[in-house]
Design a protein around this ligand. Structure first.
Ligand code: IPM
Ligand code: MG
Length: 377
């Protein structure tokens, strides 16, 4: 019998991390009940909160529990409280260490403009145009993980960051992107800066070599400056966009804006260790304590996890459908509000999704959009 029970390490982190994570967990628990599987949640200190407790953003105990789990669910890290700390004592360094320690080298960021949010895209899209592509971001190499150093003082101060890629690192992320493309539109666009950077020259050479062994795929290459323009001009040209760590970080925020809000985008990191899911947005300290954060990105992390890692595509689809129905009914958190919509709190929005999930599963008849409004809204 296939597995029906999973242990998930839960790292809420800082800022709005805890609230979006608790929204996502409530959705996960509903799905577990409705679809007959079980989850064992282990909540762990991480990020700035862990620095305040124990002096380290990734305490050894947290890492051990993550390694022992079937998956890791993470909220967000960072905040003004730790911004003046040296890089190695910032919450973000714990996030990078976690990714590296788990060996999750392949970060999948699905960029999808959900139909109810069409009018919110900053682009003037023809009605036939949809935005639906995947950014595959290499996650454990590049300038993020090279030596960062500063020396000297005052006007004489110098700083440097070292970017490195090896052939095996590029090969494994390329193979991963190729497999993703085989499940989609069979097109891969590799993004680099091979007219300037040595790492990019190696990247392009390696991707091109592997591409020659993949005749079923269409492979193109773009320089990152051009790619950032193409994402705005013609996002529909992309199917799988393969890129390095730093470029993927930048391009995914740009692409997320096309989907109406960065709050809408989940991510899944795969590799050697347990998978890690996290929304792509930050800790948004300015939103903390107001219950206004959009939990969609983290809720979609649950559907990614269920579909890609736990073999529960039905539950994943129900979550996505519930989300679309609530958005379609005009219940919106402030970041995706538009005229005629009802602006609700993050928890009211989550309650709407949970109600949709329960109704959807118990009563196979389609649920009317108006029914999505929670009583309190
Ligand atoms: C992301 C974030 C992180 C990154 C930060 C918080 C270190 O921006 O996941 O995109 O740069 O990878
Ligand atoms: Mg980022």
């Amino acid at each position: 019998m296939s597995q029906r029970s999973w242990t998930i390490a839960v790292l809420p982190g800082d800022g709005i991390g805890p609230e979006v994570v608790s929204a996502a967990i409530s959705v996960l628990e509903d799905c577990a009940r409705e679809f007959g599987f079980s989850v064992d949640l282990v909540k762990l200190p991480f990020g700035g909160a862990a620095i305040d407790d124990s002096g380290e953003p990734l305490p050894p105990e947290t890492l051990n529990e993550c390694n022992a789990a079937d998956a890791v669910l993470l909220g967000a890290v960072g905040g003004p409280r730790w911004d003046s700390q040296p890089l190695e004592r910032r919450p973000e360094s714990g996030l990078l260490a976690l990714r590296r320690e788990l060996g999750v080298y392949a970060n999948v960021r699905p960029i999808r403009l959900r139909e109810p949010l069409r009018a919110l895209s900053p682009l003037r899209l023809a009605p036939s145009v949809t935005i639906d592509f995947e950014i595959i971001r290499e996650l454990v190499g590049d300038i993020y993980f090279g030596v960062h150093s500063t020396e000297g003082h005052g006007a004489g101060e110098r700083a440097s960051d070292v970017a490195t890629y090896t052939v095996p690192e590029i090969e494994r992320i390329t193979r991963f992107a190729f497999e993703r493309a085989r499940r989609r539109g069979h097109r891969v666009t590799s993004v680099d800066k091979a007219n300037v950077l040595a790492t990019s020259v190696l990247w392009r050479k390696t991707v091109t070599r592997l591409g020659a062994e993949a005749p079923d795929l269409t492979l193109d290459h773009l320089y990152v400056d051009n790619a950032s323009m193409q994402i705005i001009l013609r996002p529909q040209q992309f199917d799988v966009l393969l890129t390095s760590n730093l470029f993927g970080d930048i391009l995914s925020d740009e692409a997320a804006a096309l989907a109406g809000s960065i709050g809408m985008i989940p991510s899944w990191s795969a590799g050697d260790g347990p998978p890690l899911v996290e929304p792509i947005h930050g800790s948004a300290p300015q939103l903390v304590g107001q219950d206004v954060a959009n939990p969609s990105g983290t809720i979609l992390c649950i559907s990614l996890l269920l579909r890609e890692c736990f073999g529960q595509p039905e539950a994943a689809s129900v979550i996505e459908l519930a989300l679309d129905r609530v958005l379609g009914a005009g219940l919106r958190t402030a970041d995706v509000a538009e005229p005629g919509c009802t602006v609700v709190s993050g928890s009211q929005f989550t309650a709407g999704i949970r109600q949709q999930i329960r109704e959807r599963v118990r009563d196979q008849t389609p649920v009317r959009a108006a029914d999505a409004k929670p009583q309190s809204a």
